[in-house]
Structures are given as structure tokens and as C-alpha cells.
Design a protein around this ligand. Structure first.
Ligand code: XUL
Length: 534
């Protein structure tokens, strides 16, 4: 925490449970951090984990948008108490949970343009929303709408070709379609529909801010190649939707100066610029400083891969999004549900609940595990849609258990990373001589696990110490947007320490794992033919 005499940048992240802020200096070093936790700091909205869910409405999940509005004033106050000098903030950007939608009442643009600094935002915007509770990404109540959206364009694969993803319940297109079908009054009263990300930018500029390409890719409405709304999909979802969504822009768009409200109330400079906001996942890609050819592997409760893609292939599971810092590139996002919980289960059964013993067992088996290959899914998996344990021996025969604990441990870790490589390749990711793998998340402290990751991908693995990559990505985006015409993203972020190189692959790694990836694909195909979970 500290002082600087130079310019600063503010990053915000409106996530499910909290609104976070980070202030960085011109070298992108963190000076201040603060957050407003919705449940604790705004108990009057009675959310649980920032969300409203009831038993009577299964699958429905929403959050009060006025709570988010109130959180912004509170957060800026907290930062002021921390000692932040807002007059030094040169630009603000940030991100938000993806997919959620905010419905602005008719006449709200006018209210936004005339915010009075002597009153709180929530007092002035209390009647600005056509829908008080915004559907958020945890909502899964739109299966019927998804089906219609996919059928309009000829099926899930066709939809994925256009928008980067097949239809997902949480994606904004299906959510808007549901509002139009079930609450036509709300839809008719909405003069603008925002994502959560451009909703925050809207509050900051005091006018409707555009949706950026990267977060727009989480709607099933944006043609990610043309970077414009698909008219066919707009028409399927609801009438006159283009006007309600507004235009789309690159994520690094310098939108407008900050609204007078913040200049007079908090002492921001009139020159402080608001940059487009984006989704939390694209912002994480920025915060982890992924560059051309890189792959980030987050090892948490679920495992997620973030991939930098130049030429994406069509996927029916997983997501392709526009890249937030390069308009010619894309990013892949692949989520594997069975991450740490499955690793912990096998650790408990094979290594007496000790990570140290787990590591020793992993180290005591050779790469390739004597030809044994297995898939373990405690919860129904997304990639591939299978459940249960599936163990194979060298002869590709299915067996019920392995004879030793070390074989079981290696089979788990190799199987998890072989799956990641297979699906990464399916997105169009090409493993090249300069591929870097950036590992993050809980299990990335485990060196033995990272060595297997390095061997399976035949690439060096680096460890990122960054834990709050989304909000930091927002701050980096603020600086990048002001300088991208003169400097590359790498140059702009060069003052930050590089992730540490932890493992390099053994020379025989490709010889061992390339055929295992092919074997894995065959096994999955067979299993899916037998018992898919759809
Ligand atoms: C991504 C998704 C979540 C939210 C969480 O598709 O639904 O990661 O963005 O904030």
C-alpha cells in the first residue's frame, strides 16, 4: 500500500460476491486494494453470496442491480478512506461476472446524464431499472430458449461457428429471450440492456457505454468473426433488440471522460478516462499477461484453460471469445468440472490424505505409467460429458482397479492433463516451440503435478503468483487503452515480474504423450458411444 507522485490506474471487478478495486501506479505496481462484500456490507439486499435464489423458482438466479449501484459509491468511499488520491487516476477500466443482464427503464439515459454530486447514486437511480433483479450467470432456467436459438441457425455446431459457443442457459441471449417471453412489460419498458460489465462503465461515464467484443462473446448473439450482432439471432431472441443493446467496441476502447458526479464528489480529474469494461474471464487473460501462443491452466475446484488463439476451430463444448487485447485474435476458455475435488479423492484413497506422499508416488512412476491410462470423473464432466472412473491397462482393456497406488496417482494426473491437451488442440491451439504454459490456482503449488503438465504439453510451465488476475487485468487494460497505439501490451506491462519458470519437459515427453492423446480420444469416443450423459 502506498504513495506515488505519478499517474495511477484504477481497476474494478464486479464479481458475484463482491465489488473489488485495485489502484496501480505507472509501473503497474499495486498501491491500494479495497472491496465491498455484498452480503456483509449491503445486508439490506438479503443476498447469499451476492445472489438471490428461491426454492419456488428452480434454476433462477439473480442479483439486485441497485445493490451493485450502491456498492460503487461505497467502494469509492472506502478507497478515499484508504488514502487514494483520485485526482491522479488517469484511467479506469475493469470487468464483471459474465452473461448477466441489466434492464434500464425508459428515461434512464437522461437520469444518468444529470447525476447530482450531492446525492448517492442509488438514490438517483432507484427507479431506473425496468427489472430490479438482474438474471446472472448462475441462472439455468432457459433450456427452452436455448433450443429455439440453436434451431434458428441449424443446430449447436452452427451456433458455435457464429458466436463461439453452442447455446448455454446462462448466456445473455437466452436470458433476454426469456424476459421478452415472460415479462413483455419489462422488455417494452427497457430502453437499453447492458451486460454487467458495460453497466459499470455506464455508471462511470453517466451515459450508456457500449458492450465490448470479448464480453459480448458470452451472449450467443455476437458474430465473433464479423464483430457485429447477428441479425438472425437478434430477431430470434426479441424484437428491436439491436437498438436496446447498442454498438459493440474493442475492449481497449477509450470511451469518455468520467462523469462530473465523480469529479465533484470524489475529486477525480476531469481528464480521467473511462475505458470499456469486459468480462472477468477475458480480464483474467489480461491480468495473467497471456501472449500470442500461451496457455494458462488454472487448477482449482474446477480446472480452466485459457488459450490465446489465432485461428479458432469450432467447438461444441467450451467457448471461443474475441480476444480483449488483440482484435485479430481470439481466446479459448475450457472448463473441466473435476479438478481439485477429484485430485483430493484419489489423494485420500491412495496417499493417506498426504500431498507429500501423493507427490512421492507420482515421482516414483515413469512417464507414460507403463501404458496405463485412466479417466476419473466424480461429478458429471463437461469435457467430455462422462461420469465415473474408467481405468485402462496397456492392452486398452478396461479394468476395475490398478495394482499399485503409484499407478493410480499417475493415471489420475496424466489423464487430467492429456484431456486438457486433447481439448486445447480441438480449439485450434497449436503447441509450438515457444508455447508457454502459465499455471495458477491451488494445485499449482505441487511441483510434481506441474512436471506432468509440462511433459504432457511438451512445453515449459511457469507459475503465476497472481491471485486476483481479473481486477488487475482491469487496471492493465486501463493503461493499455491509453497507449496501445504507441506500445505493445508486452512493453506496457514489462515492468511486472515475469512468471517463474518451474518445469521443462523431458526429451522423451512428446514421444510418450502424443500417442497417449490419440489413445485418449479413442477411449472417449468409445465411452461416449456407450453411455453419454446428455
Ligand atoms: C463464464 C462464467 C463465469 C462467470 C463468473 O462463462 O459463467 O466464469 O463469468 O463470474
Amino acid at each position: 500500500m502506498g504513495e506515488t507522485s505519478g499517474p495511477t490506474y484504477l481497476g474494478l471487478d464486479l464479481s458475484t460476491q463482491q465489488l473489488k478495486a485495485v489502484v496501480v501506479d505507472d509501473e503497474l505496481k499495486i498501491l491500494y486494494e479495497a472491496n465491498v462484500e455484498f452480503d456483509n456490507d449491503l445486508p439490506e439486499f438479503r443476498t447469499h453470496g451476492g445472489v438471490n435464489q428461491t426454492k419456488d423458482a428452480p434454476g433462477v438466479a439473480s442479483a439486485p442491480c441497485l445493490m451493485w449501484v450502491k456498492a460503487l459509491d461505497m467502494l469509492l468511499d472506502k478507497l478515499r478512506v484508504c488514502g487514494v488520491d483520485f485526482s491522479k487516476v488517469r484511467a479506469i477500466s475493469g470487468c464483471a461476472q459474465q452473461h448477466g443482464t441489466v434492464y434500464w427503464n425508459k428515461g434512464s439515459r437522461n437520469q444518468l446524464q444529470n447525476l447530482r454530486p450531492d446525492k448517492f447514486l442509488h438514490e438517483q437511480l432507484c427507479s431506473s431499472f425496468a427489472l430490479n433483479n438482474s438474471p446472472i450467470w448462475m441462472d439455468s432456467s432457459t433450456t427452452a430458449e436455448c433450443k429455439i436459438i440453436e434451431e434458428t441457425v441449424g443446430g449447436p455446431r452452427e451456433l458455435a461457428k457464429i458466436t463461439g459457443s453452442r447455446a448455454y442457459e446462462r448466456f445473455s441471449g437466452a436470458q433476454i429471450a426469456k424476459i421478452w417471453r415472460t415479462r413483455p412489460d419489462v422488455y417494452a419498458n427497457s430502453e437499453r440492456i447492458c451486460l454487467v460489465s458495460n453497466f459499470v462503465a455506464t455508471l462511470l461515464i453517466g451515459n450508456y457505454a457500449p458492450i465490448d467484443y470479448a464480453d459480448g462473446s458470452g451472449m450467443n448473439l455476437l458474430d465473433i468473426h464479423m464483430k457485429d450482432w447477428s441479425n438472425e439471432l437478434l430477431m430470434t431472441v426479441a424484437p428491436d433488440l439491436r437498438d436496446r443493446l447498442g454498438e459493440t467496441v474493442p475492449s481497449f476502447t477509450n470511451l469518455a471522460p468520467i462523469a462530473t458526479y465523480y469529479v465533484e464528489r470524489f475529486g477525480f480529474s476531469e481528464q480521467c478516462r473511462i475505458i470499456a469494461f469486459t468480462g472477468d474471464n477475458p480480464a483474467s487473460l489480461i491480468g495473467m499477461r497471456l501472449k500470442k501462443g500461451d496457455l494458462a491452466c488454472s487448477l482449482g475446484t474446477s480446472d480452466t484453460l485459457f488459450l490465446w488463439l489465432d485461428v479458432p476451430k469450432t467447438l461444441t463444448d467450451g467457448h471461443i471469445l474475441c480476444n480483449p487485447i488483440d482484435n485479430d485474435a481470439f481466446m479459448g476458455m475450457l472448463c473441466f468440472k473435476n479438478g481439485s475435488l477429484t485430485r483430493t479423492r484419489i489423494r485420500n484413497s491412495a496417499a493417506g490424505a498426504s500431498w507429500q506422499l501423493f507427490d512421492e508416488l507420482l515421482d516414483s512412476t515413469p512417464r507414460g505409467n507403463f501404458g496405463n491410462l485412466a479417466l476419473y470423473f466424480d461429478a458429471p464432466e463437461i469435457l467430455p460429458p462422462l461420469v465415473g472412473d474408467h481405468r485402462y491397462n496397456k492392452a486398452d482393456e478396461k479394468i476395475s482397479r490398478y495394482s499399485s497406488m503409484e499407478v493410480e496417482v499417475r493415471a489420475l494426473i496424466e489423464g487430467q492433463f492429456i484431456a486438457k491437451r486433447a481439448y486445447a488442440e480441438d480449439t485450434g491451439f497449436v503447441i509450438a516451440s515457444n508455447t508457454r504454459i502459465i499455471a495458477t490456482g491451488g494445485a499449482s503449488v505441487n511441483k510434481g503435478v506441474l512436471q506432468v503438465l509440462s511433459d504432457v504439453f511438451n512445453s515449459p510451465v511457469y507459475k503465476s503468483e497472481i491471485t486476483n488476475s481479473a481486477v488487475l487485468g482491469g487496471a492493465y487494460l486501463a493503461k493499455y487503452a491509453l497507449q496501445y497505439q504507441k506500445n505493445t501490451f508486452e512493453e506496457i506491462t514489462s515492468s511486472i515480474a515475469m512468471p517463474k519458470l518451474l518445469c521443462t519437459p523431458y526429451s522423451d515427453a512428446e514421444f510418450i504423450y502424443k500417442p497417449m492423446v490419440a489413445r485418449y480420444r479413442k477411449i472417449v469416443e468409445q465411452l461416449l458411444n456407450q453411455s453419454p450423459i446428455i
